[in-house]
Design a protein around this ligand. Structure first.
Ligand SMILES: [Zn+2]
Length: 101
């Protein structure tokens, strides 16, 4: 977060306005997703992390694999434990509720 604060503080008004627009239009989310996929690819397919606790998981060690999202924006997450999957789904429910309101 400190790195992000430094970046935000170094931007001028127009740059901030452009980023605000990108955030609202979802472009920033797509950019972050693309960069994360690039990093994951460079690490090799097997080295993924559980999105809840951060433990390393792979196709072989994951106890649960969840595919979710709309058909044009499918996401896939692997979980090491049921608790992590449950927590993740609760977060999705809250996000969906916030979007629907
Ligand atoms: Zn986990």
């Amino acid at each position: 977060m400190n790195k992000l604060i430094g970046i935000v503080n170094s931007l001028n008004y127009k740059e901030l306005k452009d980023i605000q627009k990108d955030l609202a239009e979802g472009n920033m989310g797509n950019l972050i997703k693309a960069r994360m996929e690039e990093i994951e690819k460079s690490r090799g397919y097997d080295e993924r992390i559980c999105p809840t606790c951060g433990n390393k998981v792979s196709e072989e060690t994951a106890k649960y694999i969840l595919t979710f999202g709309s058909s044009d924006f499918r996401k896939r997450a692997m979980f090491d434990e049921m608790d992590c999957l449950t927590f993740f789904i609760e977060k999705l429910k809250i996000q969906k509720k916030t979007i629907d309101e």
